[in-house]
Design a protein around this ligand. Structure first.
Ligand code: ASC
Length: 149
């Protein structure tokens, strides 16, 4: 319980108050930035997923190194969804901007689940990694299903 609360709190804080907040010259840059960040995150999340599914052998250290990247990048994409990017052609659905509270909640859910996965990865326990990876992937999918074409 304590762990979950900490992860949720962390997620809420990270989304709003990142000290590495990007500044964009042009709205197009914000779109490229969020797409690039989500792409890099997905690549490293996918490497952890390959271990969770057994496609590649489990190596706790490699899993942790990939999660370190995921955690560092995971705070970045949100700044790229600013109001100036509404209407720019991308796969983002209009409800990112018209239903902002729900979008923010979906993002926080993902960050919370990633923090939980990160903690599980640190234990070196493959079963815990499998379970929490599945939960994290479900939060990614929920946001994609609702907010991405
Ligand atoms: C990934 C990845 C995503 C999520 C999503 C989960 O590995 O790149 O965007 O998992 O597919 O359903």
């Amino acid at each position: 319980m304590k762990t979950r609360y900490t992860a949720a709190l962390l997620a809420a804080l990270l989304m709003g108050t990142s000290h590495v907040q990007a500044q964009f010259q042009r709205p197009d840059d914000a779109v490229k930035y969020r797409q690039g960040a989500l792409f890099v995150m997905g690549q490293h999340f996918g490497r952890v997923g390959a271990m969770a599914s057994g496609r590649v052998p489990f190596d706790a250290q490699v899993a942790q190194q990939n999660m370190d990247v995921v955690m560092a990048i995971s705070v970045l994409p949100w700044a790229g969804f600013g109001p100036e990017t509404q209407g720019i052609n991308s796969r983002a659905k209009p409800n990112v901007w018209t239903d902002r509270a729900a979008f923010d909640e979906a993002g926080r859910n993902a960050l919370t689940a990633l923090a939980t996965l990160n903690e599980a990865t640190r234990t070196g326990n493959l079963e815990a990694l499998r379970r929490t990876f599945g939960e994290a992937a479900a939060t990614c999918k929920a946001c994609h299903d609702n907010f991405r074409n």
